[in-house]
Every structure is written in C-alpha cells, then in structure tokens.
Design a protein around this ligand. Structure first.
Ligand code: ZN
Length: 375
C-alpha cells in the first residue's frame, strides 16, 4: 500500500475499486456515502492516482493534486447552499478542453446534490457527450436530489461508515492518546472520520463540544435567558476566531502557491479559481462553527433522551460526561429532550439553508425557555 492509498481510512472496498480503475478511468463516477467517510479526500486521491503512474503520494504531481493546485484537476464547490448555473456551465466548457500537463483532466464536483435541476441538465449534456480525456467525479452524501439520468451515466462508488476500530487507530496515532481517551473521541465523533480528526487536532473543536454539552445540561434543566445569550455570544466568538484563523492560513497558502504556479499556460485561470476557493473557505469556516455547535447540541440532547428513557451510559455519545448527563436527564421527560434535539437539528438545517447563523443559534439556545412556557 503506497502512501497515496493509505490516505483512505477504513474504505477497503472503495480503495480496491479505485485502484483498479485508475489505470483506465471511466467518464464519470459518483462517490456516495454518509458525511465524514472521506469521500472528498478519496476524490483527490483518485485524481492523483490517475495522473501519477506510481500512485506514490509523494511526488510533485501527487502533492499538487492533493493540495488542489494541479492544472488538470478542477475542484468545484457550491457557493452557499447551491451552485450558480454559471459555475456549472464553466465546468462544462472546461471539460471540452484537452489536458494541460497530464494525459487526463479530472473534474471533481463536491456536494453535487446542491446542483439545482436546471444546472444538472447543463451537466448532463457534458456527461452524455463525454470527452475521452476527461473524468468527472461527483461527490455527494445524498443521492435523492440527483437526476436519475445523471446517476445512470455514473459508476457509483459507495462509501460505508468507517469501522470503529479503524477510527480508533487513526485517533490513537494522530493524538498520541491511550486506548480510553481514543475510545471517548471515537464515540463522540459517531463514525465521522473528519470530525474525529478535528477532535484530536483542534482545541477549538473540543471546546465547542464541551460548551454544547454544558449548555444542554444546564440550560434544559434550569432555563435562563441570560445564560442562553452568553452561550450564543461564545459561539459567535468561536466562529469569528475560526474565520480569522482561516484568513491567516489563506494568505500563507496563496503565497506558497504563487511559487508553484508560475506563469505558464493555464496559471491565470488557476490563480483566479484558487483565490475564489480561498474566499469561500474563509466564509465557510465561520458558518461551519455555528452548524457544528448545533450538531454537538443535538447529540447532547439525544444522549439526555436516551438516558432518561433508561439507556445505559455505554450507549451515549459522551461517555466522559455520563454522570452529569444522567443527573440532568432525570429532571425532564424523554419527550422534552427529544424536542430539544429536534430544535437543535432544525437550527442546523436553517443555517445550511442560508438563515442568519448567529440568529439561528440564538433561537436554538432559547428553545428550552420557550418549552418551559408551554409546559
Ligand atoms: Zn506520485
């Protein structure tokens, strides 16, 4: 197993399929599976394997593909909730061009379920008249919004949730943790590889999780408006800090890329696309904190619901907080905790659908007070 394929954690079947396909790739693939199973990483790894004959993961070709700066690998992301049709049209016209350096162009479309139907029809044209030197890789966590006519043109590669043992191995190595600490983080991440890594490596992620659990316990047991608004402020500050950190990282990355890109053919377009991607990443870093907070909060409320319904501490996602959670769970009926979990999930959906994130989080945090009034 080369360093390149070793980047795909817990996806043996997928790895075998992609390895076999990389030598003579098809026109279009659809990577489907739950969030956090490494689909986006797999799309880059597959692109590198198509362009690097050794599948090495260490040469300049591999390095540039994996960092998203190879001129023959186009990576598309939605802007906000959807893709503008112009972005899809541009990708389709890109697909008509011949490769710049390698033997093939790879066009990766992340979160392909966010392409609205009209734009999907534009994409379909490109898939129906494939350019023999282009491979499309569509990536999605939900199949349902994708047109059957597009699905039928793609080879579907299914990603399964990462097995707990493999997640634990990643967590232990990355964080130099003992077995018990690793087990807690794996449970907290609920099979989501990206989340597990972020819990190990990012102090801010751990702090956000702690904040959500504390809020769920105290706020739902004894609702208090001032405390709810204080928590909303803490989340806002965390979001601002995440945006600022991403901004700094973007400046460093762009400076590095300047050296690699040079002024050759296609470098102007690359530079523009990279600049746009950085801008989107900065905006997204901020929104993601609000979404993630709602998700931790929903998870804590689900734990409370489970405990209040009589489940044991071994079945919850926060075994490290079992005692606090069990004490709070006993204070309210299961239905109350389930309702709070629904509210938190609703907040997450609202933010994804472009609600003002800070206001959505505030509403979620104030929900226990509203529930108390109606009791
Ligand atoms: Zn290589």
């Amino acid at each position: 197993m080369t360093e390149l394929w070793a980047r795909l954690v817990g996806q043996e079947r997928v790895t075998a399929t992609l390895r076999a396909a990389a030598g003579l790739p098809g026109d279009a693939y659809l990577f489907a599976g739950p969030p956090g199973t490494g689909k986006e990483e797999a799309a880059r790894v597959f692109a590198a394997a198509i362009l690097c004959p050794d599948h090495c993961g260490t040469c300049t070709i591999c390095g540039r593909v994996l960092r998203g700066i190879h001129p023959d690998v186009v990576i598309l992301e939605p802007e906000g909730y959807t893709y503008p049709i112009e972005a899809i049209r541009e990708a389709v016209s890109q697909a008509a061009l011949s490769p710049m350096e390698g033997k093939r162009r790879i066009i990766v479309v992340e979160e392909a379920d966010r392409i609205v139907e009209r734009s999907q029809n534009a994409l379909l044209k490109a898939l129906e008249e494939p350019n023999p030197s282009v491979t499309w890789v569509l990536v999605t966590s939900v199949l349902q919004p994708i047109l059957p006519t597009i699905l039928s043109r793609c080879r579907i590669v299914e990603f399964a949730p990462v097995p707990e043992a493999e997640l634990a191995a990643v967590v232990r190595t990355r964080g130099a943790l003992d077995d018990e600490e690793a087990a807690v983080l794996v449970r907290a991440a609920r099979g989501d590889l990206v989340r597990a890594i972020s819990l190990v490596e990012d102090e801010a992620t751990r702090a956000l999780r702690t904040l959500a659990i504390d809020v769920a316990i105290r706020q739902a047991a004894e609702p208090n408006a001032r405390r709810a608004l204080q928590a909303a402020t803490d989340v806002r500050l965390a979001a601002t800090a995440a945006r600022e950190a991403r901004e700094k990282a973007a400046v460093v990355e762009l400076a590095e890329l300047e050296e690699v890109l040079g002024t050759g053919r296609g470098s102007g377009g690359m530079r523009r696309r990279l600049g746009e991607r950085q801008k989107r990443a900065v905006r997204r870093a901020e929104t993601d904190v609000f979404v993630e907070f709602c998700s931790w909060l929903a998870q804590a409320f689900r734990d409370l619901a489970a405990l209040s319904a009589g489940a044991g501490p071994e079945s919850i996602s926060a075994p490290d907080r079992a005692a606090d959670l069990a004490a709070a769970a006993a204070l309210r009926p299961t239905a109350h905790w389930l309702q709070m979990a629904e509210e938190a999930l609703g907040g997450q959906v609202a933010i994804r659908e472009n609600a003002q994130p800070a206001l959505a989080v505030e509403a979620v945090l104030l929900a226990p007070l509203a529930a108390q009034i109606t009791i």
